[in-house]
Design a protein around this ligand. Structure first.
Ligand SMILES: [Zn+2]
Length: 320
């Protein structure tokens, strides 16, 4: 992740958001039956459950694109989500990178217990996070927080939503591959964000786009604040602040000092999807991108805070 300067990004960003909202008004997706995400879903989220998913994925070892750990993590997610009544689809594509061509695989998931979903129609909201870990030739990097934590939260959100019928149809989950750069830092056009760039480009083949996306990353450390990226859509930022306040999290969910490059950037710039970016303050994580990003850095409480915040925001958005 890299900070963007606020001045350099805002004008283009606002222009794109206004286009996105005009092109895709609420209620434009009649073919998927939905119901509001109920308020009570918020307290059904279990941080312990989310942590168990992180433990399971971490046991597969490092998971950079194409690795055995990544493949096993995909298999774990497919099996777990299937048991919860969700259908998954792999989105596999080659991409040239600074280290040569790499085959990436995003994993998409929809609630559709009885039939195959219509993948050409987007549900109203997208919840995304990356699954890959940063590629290191010499060290074993497990990425418990980066990116196990968001993955665990997303699976537990699925379990909660699955208990509420058509409310689960509000959301498509996307586990992005290749968020991490092959070289040191993400360059939004050349290195990193491979999965979200492909997903955003591929949305053209659908009949509609999601109204909004929520992207989460590095959400498992209770000791650092969860940041609201300021390149997030203004309305979604407001929803996040209202939700945080109502959950008593206003001290631990705070504004970033600007925008931070992550998987929401291609969704905004490439597909005009208004997004909310929630990310743990990695500048306060001395273990970030080191071998010390291990399961002991995570707490069920931090995962629970993030999961409840996401469900509360989804409740606010869908109950409006
Ligand atoms: Zn990372």
């Amino acid at each position: 992740m890299t900070y963007l300067t606020r001045l350099g990004f805002t004008p283009l960003f606002l222009l794109l958001l206004s286009c996105g909202e005009k092109d895709h008004p609420k209620g434009a997706v009649p073919s998927i039956p939905t119901s509001p995400v109920p308020e009570k879903s918020v307290t059904e989220f279990s941080g312990d459950n989310a942590l168990q998913h992180v433990v399971a994925i971490n046991a597969f070892g490092p998971r950079p694109a194409e690795s055995e750990g990544y493949q096993k993590s995909l298999g774990y997610l497919e099996k777990t989500l299937k048991e919860l009544g969700w259908k998954t689809r792999r989105q596999t594509f080659p991409s040239s990178t600074p280290i040569g061509t790499v085959n990436f695989t995003n994993l998409l998931a929809r609630h559709s217990p009885d039939s195959e979903p219509d993948w050409s129609v987007s549900p109203p909201y997208l919840l995304g996070g990356h699954l890959d870990t940063k590629r290191y030739p010499d060290i074993i990097f497990l990425g418990a927080n980066d990116s196990g934590s968001s993955t665990g939260v997303m699976v537990e959100v699925v379990r909660v939503l699955s208990q509420h019928g058509d409310a689960a149809n509000q959301v498509e989950l996307v586990f992005f591959d290749g968020e991490e750069a092959m070289l040191r830092n993400i360059d939004p056009k050349r290195d990193g964000l491979y999965g979200s760039r492909y997903f955003a480009g591929h949305l053209k083949s659908r009949n509609n786009k999601p109204h909004a996306g929520i992207i989460i990353d590095l959400v498992g450390d209770e000791k650092v604040p969860l940041l609201i990226g300021l390149d997030s859509h203004q309305n979604l930022q407001s929803h996040a602040r209202v939700a945080a306040r109502s959950l008593g999290l206003e001290k631990s969910v705070i504004n970033a000092s600007g925008g931070i490059i992550d998987d929401h950037v291609p969704l905004i710039n490439g597909a005009n999807i208004p997004c909310l970016h929630l990310i743990g303050d990695f500048q306060k994580m001395p273990y970030w991108h080191t071998t010390d990003d291990t399961i002991d850095k995570l707490s069920p409480k931090a995962l629970e805070n993030c999961g409840q915040l996401v469900l509360k925001i989804l409740h606010q958005l869908t109950a409006d």
